[in-house]
Ligand binder design. Structure first.
Ligand code: SF4
Length: 246
């Protein structure tokens, strides 16, 4: 692996303005790379010392908020947790592919979050809340492990060919959250949620291509969660159609 410590690194950024503004173009900046510098640090150096107009999104700087997901050297990643030392001397940073661009590295996530909201991404109990905490056993919690680590960065959504071609497809992240709450021992609207996702634009649009799994910077496997949801949905649908299975 090539190390860049203490070296100048060329960071090329795909720049663009709002739709209708001038055409996208690549601009290269020389960045003084220091030890343990991340792509986000490099973008800040450019912003502070070379071009105050560079636009990018960030918040936590700890790989928790998902705001700084980008396409870095041809790979989905979080700018805050991608080290320059892992990338070589020439780095190309682009906004998440297949997403509408607002400016430079900032993409429009409105549709992504609209689709996320469709699956009712919250615990909806069908019994009264207990007076104190609602205890979940380790075994119950283990059924939704991993899926709770999603940071809604939209990398999987941006990488999914079924999203590119299916204009109403919910996408892998929304379905992952459907899995997460359907499997929660405190939730009581499994049948409702199944009704929301068991459609051509829901679960069945996933063709198990696994781009989502490849792209996820948290190493989650949305494709596996979707497959599990397909099994649950099939069982629930059969229970409705064949009453003696209930
Ligand atoms: S599943 Fe992974 S890639 Fe998709 S939104 Fe969640 S953290 Fe991001």
């Amino acid at each position: 692996m090539k190390k860049n410590r203490g070296d100048m690194v060329a960071v090329t950024v795909l720049r663009s303005g709002p739709a209708g503004d001038k055409r996208p173009y690549y601009q290269t900046f020389e960045v003084k790379a220091t030890q343990d510098m991340t792509v986000l640090d490099a973008l800040f150096q450019i912003l502070d010392t070379q071009d105050h107009s560079l636009a990018f999104r960030y918040s936590c700087r700890s790989a928790v908020c998902g705001s700084c997901a980008m396409f870095i050297n041809g790979w989905h990643g979080l700018a805050c947790s991608t080290l320059l030392s892992e990338l070589g001397r020439e780095i190309i940073v682009q906004p998440l592919p297949h997403m509408p661009i607002i400016k430079d590295l900032v993409v429009d996530l409105s549709l992504f979050f609209e689709r996320y909201k469709v699956v009712k991404p919250y615990v909806a109990p069908n019994k009264p809340f207990p007076e104190k905490e609602w205890v979940q056993s380790p075994n119950e919690r283990s059924k939704i492990n991993d899926s709770t680590d999603c940071i809604l960065c939209a990398a999987c959504y941006s990488a999914c060919p079924s999203v590119w071609t299916g204009k109403n497809y919910l996408g892998p992240a929304a379905l992952l959250w459907a899995y997460r709450f359907s499997g929660d021992s405190r939730d009581g609207i499994l049948r409702d949620r199944v009704g929301l996702i068991a459609s051509e634009d829901g679960l069945w649009r996933c063709h198990t291509i696994f781009n989502c799994t490849e792209a996820c910077p948290k190493n989650l496997n949305p494709a596996r969660f979707i497959q599990s949801l397909k099994r649950t949905t099939t069982k629930e649908t059969l229970k409705v159609r064949i009453p003696f299975l209930r």
